[in-house]
Ligand binder design. Structure first.
Ligand code: CUA
Length: 332
């Protein structure tokens, strides 16, 4: 390719790379924590632009002004120029100090605990899904976390197996989840709606399939959600398909790993709590949409969709599968 078409192709590629939407952008903060990090990034970015312009401007000036000309002699040498050497050592050091001060200030500000009265959520990382417990509200759920708008939140995080990292870019920075330790992140969400996130620390075969969703809701919507989540699982109607599904669930292998509040046989804690699984929008670590088709495929062969998944393949006869799916979907 000739130079001009090549340059145009690069510009076109760069420009088309900038079309949205970017659900995991860090540049559109939706919490006080995200805003602090964004402010730090933006200010350092513009100072870096100033440094770049000065350095490149001087470089271009020197290249053009002092270029080799026919008949010009040897340029003079600057070896051992003390003032210059002190200058070009001090200038970068000063720039680093200039960047370090606001960076340290932001690190300390964002490491602080949430104020008293904040909503506490315990986050437990598993290979490869998220467990959320709201100790003050008596709720246990998975993968999708609901938070009220404008109220301080503290996530107290740990891991059941290996190191994971909670990262919902819109809400702010990452924080590792380390087995045997509690790490914390505190923020106040300031805009309604869904925030996409994912595990940001390599944690095994399905690290890339360990996603999460945050739903920031108005106070009344959050209270209504919490009240539903707190209740025991819905009891299927007598003689319904969902009731047959419930019986299949209670007789099958599912109860070894999953809890359903209100179903005494189901007390497993290896996998996500399924008490209200029908109310979630996603399955399998927020990786698949929670639809009939995906639920069937997930139950039939989870490891084929999520490599390394602890949930084994469960090839069920068609009538049992339909009943089981109907039951899980009835758990609103
Ligand atoms: Cu969990 Cu990566």
């Amino acid at each position: 390719m000739r130079p001009i078409p090549r340059l145009l192709a690069v510009i076109l590629l760069a420009a088309t790379g900038c079309g949205g939407p970017f659900p995991q952008t860090t540049l559109a903060p939706r919490s006080d924590l995200g805003a602090q990090i964004d402010t730090l990034f933006t200010s350092i970015f513009w100072w870096a632009v100033v440094v770049f312009a000065i350095v490149e401007g001087l470089l271009l000036f020197v290249i053009i002004r002092y270029r080799a000309r026919p008949g010009a002699g040897q340029p003079s040498r600057l070896h051992g120029h003390t003032a210059l050497e002190i200058g070009w050592t001090l200038a970068p050091a000063l720039i680093l100090v200039f960047i370090a001060v606001p960076t340290m200030r932001t690190i300390f500000a964002t490491a602080a605990r949430a104020p008293a009265g904040a909503l506490r959520v315990e986050v437990i990382g598993h290979q490869w899904w998220w467990e959320y417990r709201y100790p003050d509200l008596g709720i246990v759920t998975a993968n999708e976390i609901h938070l009220p708008l404008g109220r301080p939140v503290e996530l107290d995080m740990t891991s059941a197996d290996v190191i994971h990292s909670f990262w919902a870019p819109g809400l702010g920075g990452k924080r590792d989840l380390t087995p045997g330790r509690i790490t914390r992140i505190a923020f106040t969400a300031d805009s309604l709606g869904e925030v996409a996130g994912q595990c940001a620390e390599f944690c095994g075969a399905s690290h890339a399939n360990m996603r999460l969703r945050v739903f920031v809701e108005s106070d009344s919507a959050f209270v209504a959600w919490a009240a539903r989540q707190k209740s025991d699982a819905a009891v299927p109607a007598r003689g319904s398909e969902a009731e047959r599904g419930q019986q299949a669930f209670a007789r099958g292998a599912c109860i070894a790993c999953h809890t359903i509040a209100g179903l005494p046989q189901a007390r497993g804690t290896v996998g996500p709590n399924l008490t209200h699984v029908g109310s979630r929008t996603t399955l399998a670590g927020a990786m698949l949409p929670n639809t009939t088709e995906w639920l069937r495929r997930w139950i039939a062969n989870a490891p084929s969709l999520k490599p390394g998944s602890l949930m084994p393949a469960m090839p069920l006869p068609e009538d049992q599968m339909a009943a089981l799916v109907a039951y899980l979907q009835s758990l609103q």
